[in-house]
Design a protein around this ligand. Structure first.
Ligand code: GDD
Ligand code: MN
Length: 341
């Protein structure tokens, strides 16, 4: 039994696999196995892997049809025998020489992440568009997923962790298996080790536009659709506010708007506490006070927009709706970061 299993998901990596396995062998010496999980690549990757298996401890799992990097990783971990699994791309963008350091950290019980975004790490030769997309992905993951918040590169494809845990993960997306590991395994410590994400010299990336949509979906699934629940609660709040505006129609708008905001703020808070953020166990009164602070920017925006529009002759209900919409994004960000943290 080998104590380390290196999982290599592959789709058309026939040209890269030989050099990668040789460099892994040199870096690890012995006591390891490589598990190649190939989705029946048309370029004959599986054949190349089988030939490598004559000289190196390589096992090959071939699946019918293309089923995504994430599920390939989980299947590889299930087939592996090591106590620790290393997950990495097979295209040499992840330097195999870093693997021993990842394994060492994983042996200490931490999730070891090879990171592009800690001191000393970076990406080589990416065009601006890809850099911006990547940073956006990191930002979104860290904003919406508490488990990713302490990690600088939660979407890295290069990491090491206990096999039993990775093997039990249910992939929620096609590509970002590390997010699943972070959320579903809840590692007690995460150690980020800087590395330079190299350029691909052979073959081509499989990342496409559909993976962006898939990624956003994955983050929403892992966040248990919180941003949408939050928006739904906000919609009920508009109904509450309209009712208050109706009942207080005899008051000047500057007063009725303030009352409408306060009452709906409170019903929103209660609904978010028992539904959107039910898992957080936020103290009732303390949370209500912090919710005031957190939604202050949004509510102030709402208050001003509603009053200005109604001064301009817009029906107060419509004005209020416009006010709410303009405050929603600010509200969500403050709630996620300050109230329900
Ligand atoms: N089995 C299998 N099935 N393997 C796949 C599939 C699939 O459907 N799609 C991609 N792979 C393999 C590739 O052959 C390669 O070994 C690895 O997964 C990464 O694929 P690339 O297409 O090279 O991805 P990338 O370089 O654009 O993205 C990488 O970097 C991202 C960070 O920016 C990946 O590591 C991502 O997971 C990572 O988030
Ligand atoms: Mn790649």
């Amino acid at each position: 039994m080998s104590s380390v299993s290196v999982i290599l998901p592959t789709y058309n990596e026939a040209e890269n696999l030989p050099e990668l396995v040789e460099r892994l062998d040199k870096a690890l010496g012995g006591g390891y196995e490589v598990v190649v999980v190939d989705d029946n690549s048309p370029d004959g990757t599986a054949e190349v892997a089988r030939r490598l298996a004559e000289r190196f401890p390589v096992r090959v799992v071939v699946r019918e049809g293309r089923r995504g990097l994430s599920s390939a990783v989980v299947e590889g971990a299930r087939a592996a025998s090591g106590e620790v699994v290393v997950v990495m791309d097979a295209d040499l963008q992840h330097p195999p020489e870093l693997v021993p350091r990842l394994v060492e950290a994983a042996r200490r019980g931490c999730l070891a992440v090879a990171s592009r975004y800690v001191q000393g790490g970076r990406v080589a030769g990416w065009p601006l568009a890809r850099r911006v997309t990547s940073r956006g992905a990191v930002l979104l993951a860290r904003l919406l997923l508490r488990e990713a918040r302490g990690v600088k590169d939660p979407v890295s494809g290069f990491f090491a962790y206990r096999r039993d845990c990775v093997a039990g993960v249910k992939p929620t997306g096609l590509y970002k298996i590390l997010l699943d590991v972070l959320v579903q395994c809840k590692p007690v410590c995460v150690e980020e080790i800087p590395f330079v994400f190299g350029q691909r010299t052979r073959g081509r990336s499989k990342l496409g536009r559909r993976h962006i949509v898939d990624f956003v979906r994955q983050v929403l699934v892992l966040s248990r659709w919180r941003p949408l629940k939050f928006a739904a609660v906000g919609a009920t709040g508009v109904g509450v506010a309209w009712a208050v505006l109706y009942l207080l129609g005899w008051l000047p708008t500057v007063f009725s708007t303030a009352a409408a905001i306060e009452v709906s703020l409170t019903t929103n808070y209660l609904l978010n506490r028992m539904w959107t953020f039910a898992d957080r166990g936020t103290p009732l009164l303390g949370g209500w006070i912090r919710y005031h602070a957190a939604t202050a920017v949004g509510n102030l925006t709402n208050y001003l927009v509603t009053n200005v529009l109604s001064l301009l002759g817009v029906l107060v209900y419509a004005a209020y709706l416009a006010g709410v919409v303009s405050g929603y994004v600010a509200n969500y960000i403050f709630s996620e970061l300050e109230v329900f943290k």
